[in-house]
Design a protein around this ligand. Structure first.
Ligand SMILES: Nc1nc2c(ncn2[C@@H]2O[C@H](COP(=O)(O)OP(=O)(O)OP(=O)(O)O)[C@@H](O)[C@H]2O)c(=O)[nH]1
Length: 614
C-alpha cells in the first residue's frame, strides 16, 4: 500500500515521467532516503519510487531504505524499476551466422528505449573492437530492457549470442540462463547448420522457441517455404512464426509481444537459499573478476557474504547490479534475474564460469549443473616474441580464459621457440580471435605456430595424411558434420635432437626433436631455408645441422665484400695484396667475435619445415 497524496499518482501510473527538477542519477546508492512525516519525499526524484519497503516508517518520519532497483537511475529510462517475477522474461537470440541476430537485438534495444537514438550504433551489443571490425558476434552479451504491454510493465533480459560454430560454447552457456529463445532464420536462405545445432541446444535446455523469419524485405525472401522447411527439418510448429525485417524495423513489436505471451516467467523461488549460475565473467584491472550470473533460487543483496561452491572461496559482494546493457548497480536482485557481481576477486580461478554462487552462511544444499567442458578441435603453440613476456602471457591467458571458457592451454617448451603454451581452440577463427585479443587487450607480441594437429585418415582408395582436418570437415560438410575424439595416450618413438650450428656455434632455440628417419631431410631443408633467411655477413658463414657432433647437412652463406681496392688508384700489386690481407684478417677477427642476428622468420621456418617435412 502506498501513501496518499503524491504517491497515489505513482500507484496509478507505473511509468512516471522524469520529475521536473530531477537531481540526476543515483546509481545504486544504498543510503537511506529520508521521508518527512507528512509522507512527502524530500527529493523530487523520489516520486519515482514505485514501492516502498516499509510504508509505515514513512508515516513515522523515519529513514526508509529504498531499493535502488526501485528507483529510476536515468531520467530518460526506467529500466531499473522492479517488476514482479511474473513480469520477468529471460530470453536469447539464436541463429546461424549472419542471419541477423545482432541487428534484431539493436531494434529491440531501440524500440524499448533501452538505448537512446543518439547512443545507437549498429550492432550495439557487439562492443569488442574485433566484433565490429569483422561484423561478427564473438561474445555473448546481456541487456535488460523494459517494455509495457497493456499497461503492465515487463522486464526483458536479452542475451545475444554468437552464430559462428567456433563460438557455440558461448551459446550453450547463455541458453542455460534463459526460459525462451528467438530462433532467427534468414527468410532468403533458410535452415543452416548452426540453426539446427542451436535449436537442439535450446531444446535440450527446455526453452520455449519462437521462430522468427528475418529479412522479409529482401526480394528473394521466401518466408512460407522457410517456415515449411523449419517444420519439416526441425519439427517446430511455425504456424505462428513471426515475419520480420530487423533492418527495416518490421515485426519488432510482434516479437516483443510474443516474448511476453509465449515465454514463461522464471520460477519464483526467492525464499530458497541462494543459487546463482555464473554464465560469464571477465577480469577488470581495477575491480578484479566481474561475474555475470542468473539467479535460479533466492535473493542476493549488496554486502552479502557469498560462497562459490566449486572453488570453495568466499567473498563480500561489494557491488551487484544489472546489465542495462552497461552495468548499473542495484541493492538487491531476486530469483529469475540476471546481473553482475564485483567482489574484489583477484584470483581468476576462484570464480569460474559454470560455478554456483550461494550465501556463505545459508548455503544451498547442492550446486546447479554447470556446463559441459568445451572440447578443443584445433591446437597450436603460442609463444611470446620476447621471452621475458612469458609470465605476462600466462597471466593474460588465465584472464582471457575467464572470458572465453572454450580456450584451453598448458605450458609447453619448444626447443625452437623457448617457453610458451600449447593452446586448444574450437576452430581456426577462434584461434585467430584469441591471438588478436591477447595482442590487443594484453599488449603482447606473439608467435602462433601453425595449427599442428595432423590426423591420419585411411581412405578407401588407399590414400592417407590429412592436415587441417577439423576445418576441412566443417567446410566440406557445410558445417553439418561434428567430431568427437578421445586421447589414447603417448606412444614411444625413435627421436633425435637435431642441433643447428651457425658460425660454428649451436643456436639452442633452433634445435628441434625429430624422428630418426626424418633427421636428414629436416636438416637439409632447415639449413637451406636458414641460408635464405639469414642476412649475409661481412664474413663467410657456415650453417650446419648436427646430431651430436656429427654434421648431417651443411650450407654456407658467402660474405659481403667491401671493395677495399677502390681507393687504390694504380699502385703496385704488393700494395693491393697488403690491403686484401688486412681485410681477410679483419674478417677473421670479426668472425671470431661476430654475433649473427637470426631473424624471427628463421624460428618460424623451423616449425613450418618440421610440419612440411615430417
Ligand atoms: N536486408 C536485410 N538485411 C539484414 C536484416 N537483418 C540483418 N541484415 C543484414 O545481415 C547482415 C548480418 O547481420 P547481423 O545482425 O550482424 O547478423 P548476426 O546473426 O548477428 O551475425 P553473427 O553475430 O556474426 O552471427 C548485416 O549486414 C545486416 O545489415 C534484414 O532484416 N534485412
Amino acid at each position: 500500500m502506498l501513501m496518499a497524496g503524491n504517491f497515489c499518482r505513482l500507484a496509478n501510473f507505473p511509468w512516471p515521467q522524469p520529475a521536473a527538477n530531477h537531481r540526476g542519477a543515483r546509481r545504486g546508492s544504498c543510503s537511506p532516503w529520508r521521508f518527512p512525516s507528512d509522507g512527502r519525499p524530500s527529493e523530487p526524484w523520489a516520486f519515482r519510487c514505485l514501492r516502498i519497503a516499509r510504508p509505515s516508517a514513512i508515516s513515522q518520519g523515519r529513514s526508509v531504505s529504498c531499493r535502488a532497483s526501485e528507483i529510476t537511475a536515468d531520467p530518460g529510462q526506467d529500466r531499473l524499476m522492479k517488476v514482479p517475477i511474473a513480469n520477468i522474461r529471460n530470453f536469447c537470440i539464436i541463429a546461424h551466422i549472419d542471419h541477423g541476430k545482432s541487428t534484431l537485438a539493436d531494434k529491440l534495444l531501440q524500440l524499448t528505449g533501452t538505448i537512446q537514438k543518439r547512443e545507437m550504433k549498429e550492432q550495439f551489443l557487439d562492443n569488442m573492437d574485433l566484433e565490429r571490425e569483422r561484423g561478427i558476434t564473438i561474445k555473448l552479451q546481456a541487456a535488460r530492457m523494459r517494455y509495457v504491454l497493456e499497461s503492465e510493465p515487463y522486464c526483458l533480459n536479452l542475451i545475444d549470442t554468437p552464430g559462428h560454430v567456433d563460438f557455440s560454447y558461448e551459446v550453450s552457456r547463455s541458453l542455460a540462463a534463459c526460459e525462451g529463445a528467438l530462433l532467427v532464420v534468414d527468410a532468403s536462405q533458410g535452415v543452416e547448420a548452426q540453426t539446427l545445432a542451436n535449436v537442439y541446444l535450446a531444446l535440450e535446455n527446455n526453452l520455449e522457441i519462437i521462430p522468427v523469419l528475418n529479412k522479409i524485405d529482401l526480394p528473394g525472401a521466401e518466408p512460407d517455404r522457410v517456415s515449411r522447411d523449419i517444420e519439416e527439418i526441425i519439427g517446430l510448429d511455425c504456424s505462428d512464426a513471426i515475419h520480420c525485417s530487423a533492418k527495416e524495423g518490421i515485426g519488432i513489436t510482434d516479437i516483443l509481444n510474443a516474448i511476453i505471451t509465449r515465454i514463461p516467467p522464471p520460477k519464483d523461488t526467492a525464499g530458497s537459499p541462494l543459487r546463482a549460475l555464473i554464465f560469464d565473467s571477465y577480469y577488470d584491472p581495477y575491480k578484479g573478476v566481474i561475474v555475470y550470473f542468473r539467479i535460479v533460487d533466492g535473493t542476493i543483496k549488496k554486502g552479502d557474504r557469498i560462497y562459490f561452491m566449486a572453488s570453495g572461496k568466499d567473498y563480500v559482494a561489494d557491488e551487484i547490479g544489472v546489465l542495462s546493457p552497461n552495468q548499473l548497480p542495484v541493492n538487491e536482485l531476486y530469483s529469475g534475474e540476471v546481473g553482475y557481481i564485483s567482489a574484489s576477486i583477484r584470483s581468476v580461478a576462484d570464480a569460474r564460469v559454470g560455478d554456483t554462487i550461494t550465501h556463505f552462511r545459508r548455503r544451498a544444499e547442492s550446486s546447479l549443473p554447470g556446463y559441459e567442458e568445451a572440447r578443443s578441435m584445433v591446437f597450436c603453440g603460442l609463444f611470446p616474441v620476447d621471452a621475458d613476456q612469458f609470465p605476462e602471457l600466462r597471466d593474460a591467458l588465465e584472464k582471457l580464459q575467464l572470458n572465453d571458457a572454450a580456450l584451453k592451454f598448458e605450458p609447453e617448451s619448444s626447443s625452437a621457440m623457448g617457453f610458451g603454451f600449447r593452446c586448444g581452440f574450437l576452430g581456426l577463427l577462434h584461434m585467430e580471435i584469441v591471438q588478436e585479443r591477447l595482442e590487443r587487450e594484453y599488449n603482447l607480441t606473439l608467435i602462433t605456430t601453425a595449427p599442428s594437429v595432423v590426423y591420419r585418415v585411411n581412405c578407401i582408395n588407399g590414400d592417407t595424411m590429412v592436415g587441417d582436418f577439423f576445418d576441412q570437415l566443417k567446410s566440406r560438410s557445410k558445417g553439418y558434420a561434428s567430431m568427437e575424439y578421445t586421447f589414447v595416450g603417448y606412444r614411444e618413438s625413435e627421436l633425435v635432437k637435431l642441433d643447428i650450428h651457425i658460425n660454428g656455434e649451436p643456436v639452442e632455440p633452433l634445435a628441434t626433436i625429430v624422428h630418426k628417419d626424418k633427421a636428414y631431410a629436416v636438416g637439409r631443408a632447415l639449413t637451406q631455408k636458414l641460408k635464405e633467411l639469414i642476412p649475409r655477413q661481412m664474413f663467410k658463414l657456415p650453417i650446419q645441422a648436427c646430431i651430436g657432433s656429427k654434421v648431417i647437412a651443411s650450407e654456407s652463406l658467402s660474405a659481403i665484400r667491401k671493395d677495399v681496392l677502390s681507393k687504390c688508384y694504380g699502385g703496385d700489386i704488393t700494395r693491393k695484396k697488403k690491403l686484401l690481407k688486412k681485410q681477410a684478417e679483419g674478417k677473421k677477427r670479426m668472425k671470431a667475435i661476430g654475433k649473427v642476428e637470426v631473424p624471427q622468420e628463421a624460428f618460424m621456418a623451423v616449425l613450418r619445415l618440421e610440419k612440411e617435412v615430417i
